[in-house]
Design a protein. Structure first.
Length: 238
């Protein structure tokens, strides 16, 4: 494919192997003719999430034959520099706690900006204009690079900087975690919900020993608590 050609109906999904990105992948598969994925190895403590991606992809292929036909290449980019320049609980073996300025020390400065920029660069080469990410302003830890305003500003910068009309999609931006579970059910029924429970990974500590109703994890870190609270609310209205 020539890099100057645009492929209509194609999307590139930021796919970490977590609950949100798995839901976003299903969202993209329900809308686009061709869907590729990109994940990032940046020295995260919970790198086990990257190992979950293929099982999620295989599960989605089995779930809907139409999705199997749409799924294209799976890309992984190593960005070790991000861990080298950051001093956070996601890239260091330190306790998770609140940091200065009211932000938790799980915040990796520039992470989503870097991810989306690399994704757009790859999308440029692949002839894809739609980039999908799981950023959310409703259920999050106050990360400034998850805000809708940030994503829209970056969308403008990427379009100008590459002279290519990109569209950054954030289908979870205004959903809480219970609504994210509900969206998964809407997209793929109980089978997709069960797949996400069993095969996705969200725990910041990378724990997959303990099984809970909402999936695997330590049950105590902010990511686990957020996912568990969302599941409880979702289950009550299921």
């Amino acid at each position: 494919m020539n890099s100057s050609e645009q492929t209509s109906g194609a999307a590139l999904v930021l796919f970490s192997g977590g609950q949100d990105s798995a839901t976003c992948l299903a969202w993209a598969l329900s809308r686009y003719e061709r869907v590729e994925t990109i994940g990032f190895d940046y020295g995260q403590r919970h790198a086990i999430e990257l190992d979950c991606r293929q099982r999620l992809i295989d599960g989605m292929k089995a779930l809907k034959p139409a999705w199997a036909d749409k799924l294209g290449e799976a890309h992984t980019l190593a960005i070790p520099t991000l861990a080298e320049i950051s001093d956070t609980a996601l890239t260091r073996d330190i306790a998770i706690e609140m940091g200065e300025g009211g932000l938790p020390n799980t915040f990796v400065p520039g992470r989503n900006l870097i991810f989306l920029t690399f994704a757009a660069a790859l999308a440029y080469r692949r002839g894809i204009r739609n980039v999908v990410g799981g950023m959310c302003e409703t259920d999050y830890s106050g990360y400034p690079d998850c805000r809708d305003q940030t994503i829209k500003a970056l969308n403008t910068a990427l379009t100008l900087g590459m002279d290519r009309e990109f569209e950054l999609h954030t289908p979870l931006m205004w959903l809480d975690k219970s609504q994210t579970w509900a969206l998964a059910q809407e997209l793929g029924g109980e089978a997709l919900v069960n797949l996400i429970v069993e095969q996705s990974h969200t725990c910041y500590l990378g724990e997959r020993g303990a099984s809970h109703d909402w999936g695997y994890g330590c049950g105590e870190c902010p990511a686990c608590r957020l996912r568990a609270d969302g599941w409880t609310k979702y289950a009550e209205n299921r």
